[in-house]
Design a protein around this ligand. Structure first.
Ligand code: TXA
Ligand code: MG
Length: 329
């Protein structure tokens, strides 16, 4: 398949180009597009053939449900018909933005979108390009992250081109993704609601809005968010997360690095600033792609000491990437 790459950061007629991409979606095509979290591969959520082709393009198991993206909150009515007070409060507080809410789905939402579940994950992204694309398409857009299955989520255009050139009809290029990790997913079908995937919209912020504690279902053994059960991105390199007091972690990383370099191995280090968890989220996936490209044999990652808030969301991705390979010191 020939992929049309449209760079909206240099394009003069951006509207025209977004409308062109929206037409591709309407006709059942696949369009990769930027959101504020990571890039997505979009398809018309009501077109089953198109949705099935998204799984093929990613090389992803088809029982893994997709998030459906809308461009205004009222379009949630196309996908679900029961809206709790809690849903309204969270939509008011966090939409548009990096929060996906799981609701009981309407019969009209194809099973292939939801991986056969009777619920649907809905998100209103705050990216301007994403919003315009969805509006012009005139339909909700089912979109998983735009990486090949098993690779880190793409946060820059070059990552999407690397993974999807030749596999989708259009790649829309926008600015680098602001957030860098995927949206928070919260199951609104339970009482209290339950976080299925942590993100930059934190449990603490959600609890403050709902004025009640919520559940953190995260990565339990029998995950309710099926996407969390698949082997997650693991770099080509062995990856080890070093956990402990910051200074000790730094020293330990230097020690293990020297040891392995003396054995002739190439060692990459992932060490983010403490207390700037948004920056860590922003850089995380891009850093993994770079280390892989550099041909690292071993990646040593310093655990963030914060285990709540955005630090928690970054650690969730870091531990998964390392296959829960942890050294506690
Ligand atoms: O930030 C994001 O959410 C990005 C951008 C493109 O919006 N999308 C994304 O999609 O990360 P994906 O497919 O890579 O991850 C979707 C996650 C999976 O963990 C999936 O299991 C969960 O959302 N999910 C989707 N629908 C669900 C449902 N009905 N019930 C439970 N979990 C659901
Ligand atoms: Mg993904």
């Amino acid at each position: 398949m020939k992929t049309k790459i449209i760079d909206l950061t240099i394009e003069k007629n951006a509207y025209e180009k977004i409308i062109e991409a929206a037409d591709v979606l309407k006709r059942g095509g696949l369009v990769a597009f930027p959101t504020e979290t990571v890039y997505g591969i979009g398809a018309d959520a009501f077109n089953e053939d198109a949705v099935k082709r998204v799984y093929e393009a990613k090389g992803r198991p088809s029982d893994n449900p997709m998030i459906v993206h809308i461009a205004r909150a009222s379009d949630a009515g196309l996908l679900a018909d029961r809206f709790s007070k809690e849903f309204v409060k969270l939509a008011d507080a966090f939409w548009p933005g990096p929060l996906t809410m799981v609701l009981p789905k309407k019969a009209e939402v194809p099973d292939c979108v939801t991986g056969g579940l009777d619920t649907v994950g809905i998100r209103l992204p705050d990216s301007r390009i994403a919003q315009l694309l969805i509006r012009f398409a005139g339909t909700p857009v089912a979109a998983p992250s735009a990486n090949l299955s098993g690779r880190p989520s793409p946060t820059k255009a070059e990552h999407v081109i690397e993974d999807l050139d030749g596999k989708v009809d259009v790649i829309l290029i926008g600015p680098e993704c602001r957030v860098g990790i995927e949206s928070t997913v919260i199951d609104m079908t339970t009482s209290p609601p339950c976080i299925l995937r942590p993100g930059v919209v934190t449990a603490e912020e959600i609890e403050a809005v709902l004025e009640t504690p919520i559940e953190h279902g995260g990565d339990s053994e029998t995950p309710r968010s099926p996407g969390t059960k698949y082997k997650h991105y693991a770099p080509e390199a062995q990856m080890l997360v070093v956990e402990g007091a910051r200074e000790k972690v730094k020293n330990e990383i230097v020690r293990i690095k020297t040891l392995n370099e003396n054995l002739g191995l190439k060692v990459g280090v992932l060490l983010f600033e403490e207390r700037d968890y948004l920056a860590a989220a922003h850089d995380f996936y891009a850093a993994l792609r770079e280390l892989d490209e550099d041909g690292a044999d071993l990646i040593l990652a310093g655990a963030l000491s914060e285990t709540d808030g955005v630090g928690f969301a970054v650690m969730n991705r870091m531990l998964k990437a390392a296959g829960y390979n942890i050294a506690r010191i």
